[in-house]
Design a protein around this ligand. Structure first.
Ligand SMILES: Cc1cc2nc3c(=O)[nH]c(=O)nc-3n(C[C@H](O)[C@H](O)[C@H](O)COP(=O)(O)OP(=O)(O)OC[C@H]3O[C@@H](n4cnc5c(N)ncnc54)[C@H](O)[C@@H]3O)c2cc1C
Length: 383
């Protein structure tokens, strides 16, 4: 039976929604309701993401989010009771353009100042660390040993289970189709199963957050953009400690996945939209670029492939907090790196809902109003 009222409704059961639900319950707000339109939780961007977690970003706010969020993933088993398989293989950014070298030098200085110990690598050191790759053009690189990979499904299941044990109701197959607003205040939601009233509604609908915003008459500038990856059959040549490698100029990445390799690449010509089918023509572009960097891939077979949606904002930073409709909040728009910031974002949203302000990190500059007030924040380090 669908409840008819709740204190807080969270729309979307991806990493953001489940983290908010857990953090609200952990703070004592148990009459929260999580609504997910799909049959299972975590089938949106979260379930299709590459699972990468990193400290290496180009803006202070993103580094600060990582400095809080990644330790939460390290402590996940102890705090939430679920193993999430954090593999600290490190991210190794390969830089092949002089202008990127300059920007990354400044980024590394900023990361050091904030306490993220990223290493600077000379071109020869990059080649020495990656003997299986063809890297004649590498000018330099950066490496952070605690960057790595975490299992997205385990994080979602861990938060859902913990939230439910604390009393949260989490429902699948419930699609929000309208948002009720009265006198400028949110009053509840319409779903495919009936109406539910609530004084607080959180839009955690990921790539669909713009559509959900429209239901309340709020413009949330989030563009869905397809991104995809593939995995290979086993490649025994790849060492167990092979890092998450990013050829920054090509937006091409590789990491170990099971006994094979996962590779993905961003299509600069992708047209915004909700298509989640693999683009086979671009898959070939990805494969060619990957083989030319790592010739041994020529002999590998295709094991699996996946396409999903980035949730891109005009400045590639997320949107946190209030909207012009009182009680209607948003946490979305992580622009391709939101999985890793899910834990801290749920905590921050619980703070703004229960305390009226962000406590752990001040993310108030990442408000929705910045787009109208021209206060954009640029992130150079988007993959
Ligand atoms: C190919 C790919 C690779 C990526 N790699 C990484 C990576 O390595 N590291 C990283 O940190 N991030 C990565 N990301 C980004 C990351 O996946 C997202 O930033 C993050 O998962 C966003 O989480 P979310 O909860 O906001 O969105 P989602 O996981 O999409 O959750 C939103 C949920 O809302 C539900 N929903 C939508 N509308 C409604 C409605 N009307 N009613 C009810 N429910 C609704 C959807 O079904 C969905 O389950 C990647 C993304 C993609 C696509």
């Amino acid at each position: 039976m669908l409840p008819t009222t709740a204190d807080v409704i969270v729309i979307g059961g991806g990493v953001m929604g489940v983290s908010i639900a857990y953090h609200l319950a952990a703070r004592g707000q148990k009459n929260a309701l999580l609504l997910e339109k799909e049959e299972f939780f975590g089938q949106g961007a979260t379930g299709r993401c590459a699972g990468g977690v990193r400290y290496q970003f180009a803006t202070e706010i993103n580094v600060r989010l990582s400095l809080e969020s990644l330790p939460m993933l390290e402590r996940f088993k102890d705090e939430i009771g679920q193993e999430v398989n954090y593999r600290k293989c490190g991210y190794l950014f390969i830089l092949t353009k002089p202008q990127d070298v300059e920007v990354f030098r400044r980024n590394v200085e900023m990361q050091h100042r904030l306490g993220a110990q990223t290493e600077w690598l000379a071109g020869d050191e990059v080649r020495r660390r990656l003997p299986l790759m063809r890297l004649d053009d590498a000018l330099a690189g950066t490496f952070h040993a605690k960057d790595g990979l975490v299992d997205p499904n385990s994080v979602v299941m861990g938060y859902i289970g913990a939230a439910q044990r604390l009393g949260v109701r989490a429902l699948n197959n419930v699609e929000v189709i309208g948002i009720q607003v009265k006198n400028g205040k949110v009053d509840g939601v319409e779903t495919n199963k009936g109406a539910i009233s609530a004084p607080i509604v959180v839009n955690a609908a990921g790539p669909w957050a713009g559509l959900v915003g429209k239901m309340a008459g709020v413009n949330i500038p989030i563009t869905p953009l397809r991104r995809q990856w593939l995995t290979t059959t086993p490649l025994p040549e790849i060492p167990a400690d092979f890092p998450f490698v990013i050829d920054f100029a090509q937006s091409l990445y590789f990491h170990r996945e099971g006994e094979g390799l996962l590779t993905g690449m961003s299509n600069p010509n992708e047209i915004p939209g909700f298509d989640q089918n693999v683009d086979e023509a671009f898959e070939l572009v990805n494969l060619e670029a990957a083989i030319s960097r790592m010739p041994l891939l020529e002999g590998a077979g295709l094991a699996s492939r996946c396409a999903g949606l980035y949730e891109v904002t005009p400045d590639a930073h997320p949107i946190y907090g209030k909207t012009p409709v009182e009680g209607f909040c948003v946490v979305a728009g992580f622009s391709g790196h939101g999985f890793m910031h899910g834990p801290i974002s749920g905590k921050l949203m619980a703070e703004v809902i229960l305390d009226g302000r962000f406590q752990t990190i001040d993310v108030s500059a990442l408000d929705l109003a910045r787009f109208e007030e021209n206060r954009l924040i640029r992130e150079y380090n988007v993959v």
